[in-house]
Ligand binder design. Sequence first.
Ligand code: MLT
Length: 210
Amino acid sequence: MTNESLGFIHRFEPGPDTAHPLLLLHGTGGDENDLPPLGRMLAPNAALLSPRGAVSENGMPRFFRRLAEGVFDEADLRRRTHDLAGFVAAARDHYELGAPLALGFSNGANIAAALLMLRPEILAGAVLMRPMVPFTDPPAADLAGKPVLILSGAMDPIVPVENARRLAAQLMAAGAQVEHRILPAGHGLSQADLDRAADWLRDIALPRAA
Ligand code: MLT
């Protein structure tokens, strides 16, 4: 059920594992209802927290403004990243949750990457599906040991593989334990994305967060 409290329109789905919830971050034009079925499939026991991006681009929800495709309004991105961090902190308090693992797609993956870099205390780790480098000048973050899975598409027309490699290098330089998979796919998700995300959450991220 959609809830309008805590600063973001969002959906919360309880689960037995409240210590390791998933923060679900949709792509451009999505909303809080998009990713809960995927989150439930990938982490069957996790509590799910799914906010709707507060920016509207011609009616399409997003998590921050862009000037053109792949060209971000970085001042807005910074501001919205702090807003989302505030929401996560309020939701953790309200729903009694541990630090979440983010599961973000496209625009949602980009703000998850921004959260890791700007507010590293907020996330326990992240699955970034089709992300790109969020900041021209990456903030110096300490991500020591945080698990991050990056899933890129070899034929992605929106995110060049080189850009995703740069993001992986930035996160690794900050200390994150990064696995970067380049799959035979475009910008959309494939079965291989879902399989790797499920295995990685089960075998790597959830046990490490325990
Ligand atoms: C973005 O604006 O975050 C990226 O271009 C991905 C997208 O939303 O299309």
